[in-house]
Ligand binder design. Sequence first.
Ligand SMILES: Nc1ncnc2c1ncn2[C@@H]1O[C@H](COP(=O)(O)OP(=O)(O)OP(=O)(O)O)[C@@H](O)[C@H]1O
Length: 231
Amino acid sequence: MANKQLRNPILKLTGVDRAYHEAGRELVILKDADFSLQRGEMVALVAPSGAGKSTLLHTAGLLEHPDKGDVILDGRSCSALSDDERTAIRRNDVGFVYQFHHLLPEFSALENVMIPQMVRGLSPAAAAERAQQLLDYMKVGPRASHRPSELSGGEQQRVAIARAVANAPLVLLADEPTGNLDPQTAGYVFDALEALVRQSGLSALIATHNHELAARMDRRVTLKDGKVVDI
Ligand SMILES: Nc1ncnc2c1ncn2[C@@H]1O[C@H](COP(=O)(O)OP(=O)(O)OP(=O)(O)O)[C@@H](O)[C@H]1O
């Protein structure tokens, strides 16, 4: 069984190229990059600023098209899909957490976690029930009726994490989710994130500058000469 899972990662990037073109110059970020995320695995992406962490996460999460190569999510090749199909996969199967929470300011914490579920077709009652459970799990349940501006930075990020997993995605991608927080708050938020990932068996790729947090994950990778390599 373990062998089967190893051959069958939840997320796979194969031979991915990605370059940006600016003022006639080519900036190569990924060059024939391969990466596999196993089911239930939590992997830290640690690389200097500008190395291409966001580019890798956006490519893995189907927000950006690779110039070459493929992204395979749960065995499904995504390179030849239409934009609509990619959007549907992104909405249902990929959870994203950013450094800044990106919560909708005019909605409460509860509503922010309900909205992606309702976009997917859940009834408001069912979405509200799951949203409250997730907020309770992230220890922000009592703040459910508050708007993002009424929450602390750590609370905002915990709501953003609850929102990212609201549709029970296959993969969670996080771009420095604790990067804006003081060390103690970052620790609390990461504790909650880790507990959620571990308990739900979610697979996660998490970019972080924090070596202490990276050390708590199953594996650490970096970007070197356009490739994803273990460190
Ligand atoms: N749309 C774009 N057009 C041109 N250059 C870009 C574009 N997006 C990113 N870049 C450049 O590509 C490089 C990699 O960017 P990326 O955001 O992936 O790095 P990062 O490792 O996530 O950085 P940070 O840790 O600072 O967020 C940077 O030099 C950036 O300036």
